[in-house]
Ligand binder design. Structure first.
Ligand SMILES: Cc1ncc(COP(=O)(O)O)c(C=O)c1O
Length: 453
């Protein structure tokens, strides 16, 4: 038990997310005091590199003077106003910018306040659209094994991870889980760099057999984050959007995690020239400052809700903090920083440095696979390279490595046996090298000292 009075009070009063609170009897949380750039500082002044951007939100670093000023300036004018019957310039500016940055087919922005709610909005819009078009039978969604789209009940209904959905299984919507890409353990024996997404056959079958009752398909484009940064090739998404368009099924691209430059492109859909029916955004939109989310869609959906009041076709979905002006102002400044960042050119050397780091990590005998998409790198640890046998969850290998990395000054919270890197985009190449070194040393410290080269 911690001797710090603040941490004792934390243990007494606070229930932390995604945490077995009993762990805090012996390992209290870090009491963070301040942030600066890619670093966080605890109450004793210890410095930690924010390797995973505080759950994938931070892009331009902590305590950024421009972002600070944008919030401060807005605060002095208007901190908040309800968003029904009132509007404000920060939200109008942001909606316009998001529409300009995303595919032409996306023309309308519906704001909410976190990634899960952006998904809820997409699911509800899709269901209501079909109902209003006289297709009430289209009320299920297909999602991939390993999918993660947030933790509200609607979002859990399209979650393909038992860890999150199991306790609620009995009350979730009757949706359709589909076997998706599993490139590390590809059942077809193929490599993601060269395959034709043969695994799409499962989704193809699911769509052909169920399209009459399917409202939509939801995916995390290119990277299934919470599943362990599982990466799959763009061709899967090409096939998916083509099949859905042909069969009249909505496509929901959940770019909550991968949006805003993480993959090396601003948005996956825009970069691949794909036109999803809905696009969900959050996390990086305010560069990790304030909660905000957006669900984008196009005219076809919007028009189905447009009419006289007494038709009751309106979308009745509201959050008190919808389009909070402080968050919108911060998002607008985040986009201003993007414009000055010389994107994507400025990211290229960093992506290369991360790739070089991945090569070094691949030398470790426990490296099952190092994979990378843009500025997201992930190392999947295995007991045996030959058989790809995973470490048992009970061994808590990732957690132990996380603890070792903390001692070395990096906050590297893992996903099971996957150690991954998703740093703020302002990280330098030298800092990427240090991050990799810390990972390398921490893994060796936990798993032994004998590598086979
Ligand atoms: C792909 C994806 N969708 C949705 C969410 C949920 O976002 P939030 O935690 O803001 O509700 C997450 C969070 O990690 C995510 O990775």
């Amino acid at each position: 038990m911690s001797t710090s009075p603040d941490l004792q009070r934390d243990f007494e009063y606070v229930w932390h997310p995604c945490t077995q609170m009993k762990d805090h009897e012996t390992n209290p949380p870090l009491l963070m005091e301040r942030g600066e750039g890619i670093y966080l500082f605890d109450q004793e002044g210890r410095k930690y590199m924010d390797v995973i951007s505080s759950w994938w939100v931070n892009l331009f670093g902590h305590n950024h003077p421009r972002l600070n000023a944008s919030v401060q300036k807005q605060m002095e004018r208007l901190a908040h106003v309800m968003f029904a019957g009132a509007t404000h310039r920060p939200a109008i500016d942001l909606a316009e910018s998001l529409v300009r940055l995303t595919p032409d087919s996306l023309t309308k922005v519906f704001f909410s306040d976190n990634g899960s709610t952006s998904v809820e909005v997409a699911l509800k819009l899709s269901l209501q659209y079909w109902a209003q078009k006289g297709h009430g039978e289209k009320r299920r969604f297909a999602y991939l094994q390993g999918a993660y789209h947030g933790e509200t009940l609607g979002a859990l209904s399209v979650c393909g991870m038992d860890l999150f959905r199991k306790p609620f299984e009995n009350v979730l919507m009757d949706n359709l889980e589909v076997q998706g890409p599993d490139c590390f353990r590809c059942p077809y024996g193929l490599k993601r760099e060269a395959c034709d997404a043969e695994c799409f056959e499962h989704m193809d079958r699911a769509l052909n057999e169920n399209h009459e009752t399917l409202a939509g398909v939801i995916v995390e484009p290119l990277v299934q984050g919470a599943a362990g940064m599982k990466m799959y090739p763009p061709v899967y998404l090409n096939k998916l959007t083509a099949a859905c368009d042909r069969l009249g099924v909505h496509t929901i691209f959940d770019e909550v995690a991968v949006g805003f430059g993480r993959t090396g492109a601003m948005f996956v859909c825009e970069n691949l020239g794909l036109k999803p029916t809905f696009l969900c955004l959050s996390k990086g939109v305010t560069s990790g400052y304030l909660p905000l989310a957006a669900t984008l869609t196009g005219e076809e959906i919007y028009r189905a809700f447009y009419g006289d009041y007494e038709d009751f076709k309106l979308f009745v979905h509201s959050h008190s903090y919808t389009a909070n002006p402080l968050a919108c102002a911060c998002a607008n400044e985040t986009l201003a920083l993007w414009r000055e960042y010389e994107f994507p050119g400025a990211l290229e050397p960093k992506i290369n440095a991360l790739r070089a780091g991945g090569k070094k990590l691949s030398e470790l005998q426990w490296c099952g696979e190092y994979r990378q998409t843009g500025m997201i790198g992930a190392l999947e640890l295995v007991k045996s390279r030959e058989t790809k046998e995973p470490f048992a969850i009970g061994e808590r290998v990732g957690y132990k490595i996380y603890q070792e990395a903390l001692k070395r000054g990096a906050l590297m919270r893992p996903l099971g046996n996957v150690i991954y890197f998703m740093p703020p985009l302002v990280i330098t190449e030298q800092e990427i090298d240090s991050m990799i070194e810390i990972a390398y040393d921490s893994i060796r410290a936990v798993l032994g000292k004998t590598e086979s080269h």
